[in-house]
Design a protein around this ligand. Structure first.
Ligand SMILES: Cc1ncc(COP(=O)(O)O)c(C=O)c1O
Length: 489
């Protein structure tokens, strides 16, 4: 809140700071003409490169980093994203040269330790999910979903039942669910939520049939509610011949307590870059590990880490009906290392405590703000909850977007807004287990205070950021993210 005016001024680009002849190092003059090194056709005279000193560059990027907001700076209650602290131990392990200097293509005999970790992580995730086998190749949750749906498709085709092309998707689903179903050529059958914010079981019963490939469900769902009729739903889908896919991106609420495999799911993905502590965001790198029951194992991607008869480990590609590769190499190893370290350092009790505290923290905030921001489905939530600013909008003209922007002035990253789509003026709040009671109290105070502030102040927030509100229509229609030199240069 005590930002300086200079904090709000735009930072000139490196091109603006560039001065002819300035340099960050001294290099010997190349001997002879450039053609000695490159064919004349490849030489360019017009490449606009910056000319800067080392100190210019260091200060530029340090300044930029200070304008950023990250989980290491404060609460990041971005619902659905599980922005939790990544214990530094994980970073230290992932950065060990013994791991970071490995090459993905080096012979198995020379990287048995790494293979051991990958192998044990496959097994640990299978155990945590209540599944039988795991692939660590997918690089994101969405790619995990794609892998899972390709496995379901391969399974039906293999059984000579290719007409099964319908995927049931709840209306509360994360956008990646229908998008993925569409991407793999499945037809989406939308299933409504009931008055309790859960999947409507009767609608599932009415929707299944001989064309049902399966159903995608998130548990707990995106409203932060546990799908308590999951076994009944799985039974309906299975008796119609379909398979159950679990979007396990919300595992932070149930890890160590409940297992999708025991709920009737046949395949699931984990977001290792959420539940298992690599921070989520920025487009990667991530790991959307996919776990399956025995029936889907023959279709998993290859290679995978396998123990041979003599006890050594190897990359195996012996799955008869594999859907093929999902990643150029074996996946994002650094994310796997963090997940492995996290799982091993916490152990079963520690993982259970993660879920318990994540749920406790979410409920603590829920109760602290619910008088001002009524919760869409008012009951005990799981790791997150969805509140609504509808009443505030009616009474004082303050909308969800205004609250999100104003929270930045209080020093917080805003929660997820306007999602899930079925809640008007939605504010989706997920504090995660790593926050203290003092942090939660301060956040509750900020949210409640904003609701009482002068609407003019809130409408024009943020007041402490270099960029205030962008014209979203203009930004969508005339996206301009490329720096161009001023016309007279
Ligand atoms: C419920 C849910 N499903 C799927 C995803 C997609 O994961 P990713 O962003 O890694 O593709 C997310 C992302 O946060 C999510 O919250």
């Amino acid at each position: 809140m005590t930002k300086q005016k200079s904090d709000m001024e735009p930072i000139p680009t490196l091109f603006d700071k560039s001065r002819p002849g300035r340099t960050g190092g001294r290099y010997p003059e190349p001997s002879g003409s450039a053609e000695r090194y490159l064919p004349a056709s490849e030489l360019r005279e017009d490449l606009p490169l910056t000319e800067l000193s080392e100190v210019d560059v260091t200060r530029h990027f340090t300044l930029l980093s200070q304008r950023n907001y990250g989980i290491d700076m404060g609460l990041y209650p971005l619902g659905s994203c599980t922005m939790k602290h990544n214990p530094r131990l994980n970073e230290r392990i992932a950065a060990m040269p013994a791991f970071s200097e490995l090459h993905p293509s080096q012979p198995s005999a020379t990287c048995q330790g790494a293979l051991q970790i990958i192998f044990e992580l496959q097994n640990a995730l299978a155990e945590i999910g209540g599944m039988d086998a795991v692939t660590l190749q997918p690089a994101a949750g969405a790619q995990g979903e794609m892998t899972g749906l390709l496995l379901i498709r391969a399974y039906h085709r293999h059984r000579n039942d290719p007409k099964r092309t319908e995927m049931l998707v709840p209306d509360s689903a994360h956008g990646t669910n229908p998008a993925t179903a569409n991407l793999v050529g499945l037809k989406i059958v939308k299933i409504p939520s009931n008055s309790r914010g859960r999947v409507d079981v009767d609608a599932v019963r009415a929707a299944v049939g001989p064309n049902t490939a399966g159903m995608m469900m998130t548990n707990p769902n995106t409203l932060g509610l546990f799908e308590d009729q999951i076994e009944e739903i799985a039974g309906i889908v299975h008796s119609a011949g379909g398979l159950m896919y679990c979007d396990g991106a919300n595992m932070n609420a149930i890890v160590g307590i409940a297992r999708p495999g025991d709920m009737g799911f046949d395949v699931m993905h984990f977001n290792l870059h959420k539940t298992f502590s690599t921070p989520h965001g920025g487009g990667g790198p991530g790991c959307g590990a996919v776990a399956v029951k025995e029936v889907l194992k023959p279709f998993l991607p290859v290679p995978y880490a396998k123990e041979t008869e003599d006890g050594t480990l190897e990359w195996a590609a012996d799955l008869k009906h594999s859907i093929g590769r999902l990643h150029g190499t074996s996946g994002n190893f650094a994310v796997m290392l963090r997940a492995y370290t996290y799982i091993r350092s916490l152990g079963p009790d520690g993982l259970r405590a993660v879920a318990e505290n994540a749920v406790l923290n979410a409920n603590y905030i829920r109760v602290g703000v619910e008088k001002t921001y009524p919760v869409a489905y008012p009951e005990t939530c799981m790791h997150e909850f969805v509140a609504s600013a509808s009443e505030l909008k009616k009474a004082r003209g303050i909308r969800t977007l205004d609250i999100a922007k104003r929270l930045m002035d209080y020093g917080y990253h805003p929660p997820t807004v306007y999602f899930p789509l079925i809640v008007p003026e939605a504010l989706m709040i997920e504090p995660t287990e790593t926050e203290t009671r003092e942090t939660l109290d301060a956040f509750i105070d900020a949210l409640n205070k904003i609701a009482e502030e002068d609407p003019v102040l809130v409408h024009s927030a943020p007041h402490t950021m270099p960029v205030t509100r962008v014209d979203e229509v203009e930004a969508a229609k005339r996206l301009d993210v490329r720096w161009m030199p001023p016309a007279d240069e």
